[in-house]
Design a protein around this ligand. Structure first.
Ligand code: AP5
Ligand code: MG
Length: 214
């Protein structure tokens, strides 16, 4: 099963992608997580990506497409995968489709998690990410057992650099301009599935499971 998660920044793509990956035992591939891991490790890719991410801009397609096309051809992706944060532009979607077509494959579902912009700003301000394992929490909606400490690995939680309110506004603008056109792109292919992302996390998850099937 090959799944794409679409939605604005903070819509809950990562939250749901992790749960889906667990249930269906397929890898969760987040381009944002890949870039953040590269930034943390000080790689060349990380250095390049950071200059765009900190401004709320998209990393150029040429730094993203090959990376994802390589990743989805690794052995653990044989039974499928869930892509979170990719594609984010029409050229990215086209490059994925082209690479899959060469393998005789195609995307099965594009899940569009719908959340209005007003709710997004509130969610991002409360999000906290672990510096160690990257796990994501929310001060109000997904709190940790001990404040400021990751439940999974015990490391410190931080506000992501790009979650500051002015950068969130920029990211929302970029989303509407460059990523939202993908909704029509996948709708035309007949694989778009809309989900109401304003429900609580478990209700959103159940709605997605209903679409994907048991
Ligand atoms: P990325 O890491 O993908 O960020 P994003 O798309 O902006 O999305 P987020 O991770 O911020 O939000 P999410 O939808 O995963 O929400 P989450 O589940 O955390 O990308 C970061 C940057 O990398 C980009 O800006 C770009 O520069 C670059 N990049 C990445 N991929 C790229 C690509 N393909 N091309 C070019 N550049 C790329 O949830 C948010 C918060 O809300 C959490 O605190 C969570 O606990 C809470 N929450 C989740 N669901 C609910 C719910 N139902 N109710 C209440 N709270 C909820
Ligand atoms: Mg995410």
């Amino acid at each position: 099963m090959k799944i794409i998660m679409l939605g604005a920044p903070g819509a809950g793509k990562g939250t749901q992608a992790k749960k889906i990956a667990g249930k269906y035992e397929i890898p969760h591939i987040s381009t944002g997580d890949i870039f953040r891991a590269n930034i943390k490790n000080g790689t060349e890719l990380g250095k390049k990506a950071k200059t765009y991410m900190d401004q709320g801009l998209l990393v150029p397609d040429e730094l993203v497409c090959d990376l994802v096309v390589d990743r989805v051809q690794q052995k653990d992706c044989e039974r499928g995968y869930i892509l979170d944060g990719f594609p984010r532009t029409i050229p990215q979607a086209e490059s994925l489709d082209k690479a899959l077509a060469e393998l005789g494959e195609s995307v099965d579902f594009a899940i569009n998690v719908e959340v209005p912009d007003e709710n997004i700003v509130n969610r991002m301000g409360g999000r906290r990410a672990c510096v160690g394992c990257g796990a994501t929490y929310h001060l109000a909606y997904a709190p940790t057992k001990t404040e400021g400490i990751c439940d999974t690995c015990g490391k410190e939680l931080i506000l992501r650099d790009d979650d500051k309110p002015e950068t969130v506004q920029k990211r929302l603008g970029v989303y509407h301009e460059q990523t939202q056109p993908l909704i029509a792109y996948y709708s035309k292919k007949g694989i778009l599935k809309d989900v109401d992302g304003t429900m609580d996390m478990e209700a959103v998850f159940q709605a997605i499971v209903k679409i994907l099937g048991a």
